[in-house]
Design a protein around this ligand. Structure first.
Ligand SMILES: [Mg+2]
Length: 109
C-alpha cells in the first residue's frame, strides 16, 4: 500500500483506535469527538493569534485531520467518497466578494 494513500492513512488511524480500544472506551462517542475537534480548532486558532510557526500550525491541522478521519471510522462512513462528492459540488458553486473576502456558496435566499 502506498504510504501516502488515503487507505494507508486510514489504516494507521484505525490502528491508533484499536491500540487504545476507542470503540469500547468512549473514544468514538460523537459528543466527545466534537469536543476534541473543537479543542484542536482552538489550537489552530492560537497558532494564528499567537503567531506560531507554520510547522506548529501543520501539527495542529494534522491533529484535526486525524480526528476527522477517526470520526469517519467511529461513524462508519467513507470520508474519501464524501470528499470527492463534496468537491464535485463545490467546484460548481459561484463565488462572491463579501466584506473584502471571497465566499464560495450556494447563495440561497
Ligand atoms: Mg493539538
Amino acid at each position: 500500500m502506498n504510504k501516502d494513500s488515503y487507505e494507508a492513512m486510514l489504516a494507521e488511524v484505525q490502528a491508533f483506535h484499536d491500540k487504545h480500544d476507542f470503540k469500547n472506551t468512549g473514544g468514538e462517542e460523537m459528543a466527545y469527538r466534537i469536543a476534541l475537534m473543537a479543542e484542536e480548532l482552538g489550537e489552530i486558532s492560537a497558532c494564528v493569534t499567537k503567531g506560531k510557526s507554520t510547522q506548529e500550525l501543520a501539527e495542529e491541522v494534522a491533529d484535526l485531520f486525524i480526528l476527522l478521519m477517526g470520526t469517519a471510522i467511529a461513524q462508519d462512513f467513507d470520508l474519501k467518497q464524501a470528499f470527492w462528492a463534496k468537491m464535485e459540488k463545490i467546484m460548481k458553486r459561484e463565488s462572491k466578494m463579501i466584506n473584502g473576502r471571497i465566499r464560495v456558496s450556494e447563495f440561497r435566499d
